[in-house]
Design a protein around this ligand. Structure first.
Ligand SMILES: [Mn+2]
Length: 265
């Protein structure tokens, strides 16, 4: 049995099919882990969702910002933006089953020597705190206030203060689905998306500000401009497939890596 962790697919269905064939994925005994952002910007989010859901226990998924964006559009609290490509999912006959499955997925997954989330972990959060925050946020995503939460999350600084738990859950979503850089004091800085080596003075990658445990590998995606990073304690998998680069898979058991060039256009 092998576990293949795959970076941000974002609707790149043709490339995903090629990648799983190339690694020799056997659904009868292997598993796929997806680091979030299954959907959006790429051409066929619908086929990606149907495939991953169809794998059942053979796939583990964490939610990314684009997955939350799709749920927000479906909930009627956000409008599709210019480059969004989620209409195929929203018009599908099985949309309700797919969206219900998606909202049940975790934000953070810990198993054995691996912890997976989409974006980052603030340096001041212990792993136990991050897990507790993820469980709290997941309960909101699965509950009756999904729309209210995603509207508040989308409104960023324009939130009305006063609801302490809602504020905390929005902060959890920011960290786990959006974070790339922190200030030297460890505060989340969400605006910068370029390559880490070109970050403005005073900003560093979240994982550079955090003490990494080489016995526990943090598996993430979200930062295409950073690309593949594989070092003790960290496996960052977003290699920008949707931007025309490559989709990456890493076998967790031995660290073997495959990169499939984008086959989308
Ligand atoms: Mn992302």
């Amino acid at each position: 049995m092998a576990t293949y962790a795959i970076g941000d697919v974002q609707g790149c269905w043709r490339t995903l099919q090629r990648l799983v064939a190339r690694v020799g994925f056997d659904p009868a005994q292997d598993r796929l882990w997806f680091a979030g952002d299954l959907v959006n910007r790429g051409p066929d989010s619908l086929s990606v969702l149907r495939y991953v859901r169809g794998l059942g226990d053979g796939a583990r998924v964490v939610l990314g910002n684009h997955d939350l964006h799709l749920l927000a559009i479906a909930a009627g609290v956000r409008k599709p933006k210019g480059r969004d490509t989620v209409e195929g999912v929203l018009a599908a006959p099985d949309r309700d089953a797919l969206l219900e499955w998606l909202r049940q997925q975790p934000l953070l997954l810990r198993e054995g020597a691996w912890v997976m989330f989409h974006a980052g972990l603030p340096p001041s959060w212990s792993l136990e705190q991050a897990e507790a925050r993820a469980r709290e946020a997941e309960a909101w995503l699965r509950g009756p206030r999904l729309g209210q939460l995603l509207a508040a999350f989308a409104s960023k600084g324009k939130r009305r203060p006063g609801e302490v738990e809602l504020e905390r859950v929005c902060e959890t979503l920011s960290a786990l689905t959006l974070l790339r850089t922190c200030t030297l004091a460890g505060e989340m800085a969400l605006a910068y998306a370029g390559p880490p080596e070109a970050a403005p003075a005073g900003l560093v990658a979240w994982h550079a500000a955090r003490a990494l445990d080489p016995q526990l590998t943090l598996v993430c995606g979200h930062w295409a401009a950073q690309g593949l990073v594989q070092r003790p304690g960290l496996l960052a998998l977003d290699s920008g497939c949707v931007w025309g680069n490559a989709l990456t898979a890493a076998r967790l058991e031995d660290g073997a890596v495959w990169q499939e060039p984008s086959a989308e256009r």
